[in-house]
Design a protein around this ligand. Structure first.
Ligand SMILES: [Zn+2]
Length: 456
């Protein structure tokens, strides 16, 4: 098999043309590997800042493309390196103040990936990665770091299996500097339906008959996709005690999945079950791949005023119900910038024009599902607004799957942060969401042909 060879200058050139949406740059003070960066969510709308950064990025793109090699040679120093293993893909990230110049190639017998970062020093930050490869990493068995020649740090990844590597640069965003990202994908993407069959002990249930003891009117096994927001490079919002939104959403998501799986007639699928980033379009795609009946995205809100509190439930709309809702959607949609998506290859599905869901049956179902979940959350927590809100959340874009986004509580509120960390309270939130789902299904049971085949 022919090896692959990707040059950093070529890749970065693409990046400089394509990635101009960066918000203001960051200059993290702490050197060394970080398990997670500081919170990224801004405390106030900063459209002017972003427009300025956008213009600055465009102006600098051509100069940077011409002089990238020189700049990198003079200044590149990796100050953080991270690895995020997951079944979907394993990601390795190098962060530095200036864009990194690199070369990637493969070696065979045994299978290895070799990443040469030019002008970086093989200091402790990069070398420490050697000890961070998890035994259960699906793709990497070992990682080695050495100075290959003066000014070139060589990172060799011993592979457990053949992979499809992608390497790309990310411009500074939120608290991150320049990032060089190496993703290792399986040669054949896992079949989501097959995975569901493997994981789902209930698959033997007859799909066209009511599940024994199931909610009245449920005519088949309903699939609910539970989406824990953020993950990996994208921590989401954070609380004053350091609680990260990505951790809270995963814990609540896992609880909700367990509760759903324990219900007759229902099963749940998580869009992520680990600390790694799943692009927003991929979350939507995962729901469509398993022919989901419902999509529930789990988040935790943040604001600059610590007394802001309460639960909210959102649905998709091009016409936001408030400026705050529009701002929140914009923040959540920036996950892809922070979490890191290769814009050259990402799913074109994300780029599609937002359809006017007010014209579709989904709109009505979104609203009913959101209302039922909001009612139930109101029994265990203050409601932030007391009504379902709407805004243009990218993760709610599956046109044929009723989808809601739940902001469980304000992680920026010290009391709510404590509750979000609490096992019993996480359980309460999950149970409230489940109760809302069951109420919705009570009135609108899933149909054999799909969730909206007989919309009423
Ligand atoms: Zn979020």
């Amino acid at each position: 098999m022919a090896g692959i060879w990707l040059s950093g200058i070529l890749q970065s050139g693409f990046g400089l043309r394509g990635r101009v949406a960066g918000a203001r740059g960051g200059s993290p003070a702490a050197a060394g590997p970080r398990s997670a960066p500081c919170a990224r969510r801004a405390w106030a709308p900063r459209g002017a800042d972003r427009a300025h950064a956008l213009r600055r990025g465009l102006a600098g793109a051509f100069a940077a493309a011409l002089f990238l090699g020189c700049v990198a040679a003079a200044h590149a120093q990796v100050y953080a390196a991270r690895i995020w293993p997951a079944h979907d893909y394993t990601r390795v990230t190098f962060e530095s103040k200036h864009a990194l110049n690199y070369t990637l190639f493969t070696l065979e017998d045994p299978q290895r990936l070799v990443l040469d970062i030019q002008s970086a020093q093989a200091d402790g930050v990069v070398t420490a990665l050697q000890d961070k490869v998890a035994d259960d990493d699906p793709y990497v068995s070992k990682l080695r770091v050495a100075t290959n020649r003066p000014g070139v740090t060589r990172i060799v990844l011993d592979l457990k299996t053949n992979v499809r590597p992608q390497v790309f640069a990310l411009k500074p965003v939120a608290d991150y500097g320049h990032r060089l990202v190496l993703d290792l994908y399986p040669l054949v993407a896992p079949d989501p339906v097959a995975a569901l069959l493997e994981l789902d002990g209930k698959i033997g249930s007859a799909p066209d008959k009511p599940a024994e003891g199931g909610a009245p009117g449920i005519a088949r096994l309903a699939t609910i996709v539970v989406d824990p927001g953020h993950g990996g490079e994208d921590p989401g919002a954070h609380g004053r005690r350091g609680t990260l939104e990505k951790d809270v959403t995963l814990m609540i998501g896992r609880r909700l999945k367990a509760l759903i799986d324990a219900e007759p007639g229902m099963r749940a699928v998580l869009t992520r079950d680990g600390d790694y980033y799943v692009p927003l379009g991929m979350r939507v795609q995962k729901a469509r791949n398993v022919n989901a009946d419902l999509f529930i995205s789990i988040h935790a809100d943040a604001f600059n005023r610590p007394h802001a509190r309460g639960s909210s439930v959102f649905t998709l709309s091009q016409r936001p119900t408030s400026a705050a809702a529009a701002w929140l959607a914009k923040q959540e949609n920036e996950s892809d910038l922070v979490g890191g998506v290769n814009l050259d290859t990402r799913d074109p599905y994300l780029k599609q024009v937002l359809v006017d869901l007010q014209q579709t049956a989904t709109y009505d179902h979104n609203r009913k599902l959101a209302g039922a979940v909001l009612d139930e959350l109101g029994k265990i927590n203050t409601l932030h607004k007391g009504r379902v809100e709407r805004a243009a959340f990218a993760v709610l874009k599956a046109p044929d799957v009723p989808s809601i986004l739940v902001e469980t509580a304000f992680i920026s509120n010290p009391q709510e942060e404590l509750r979000l960390r609490d096992d019993a309270y996480q359980d309460k939130i999950a149970r409230a969401i489940l109760a809302g789902i069951k109420r919705y299904f009570g009135a609108h049971p899933p149909r054999p042909q799909g969730p909206l085949a007989h919309a009423n």
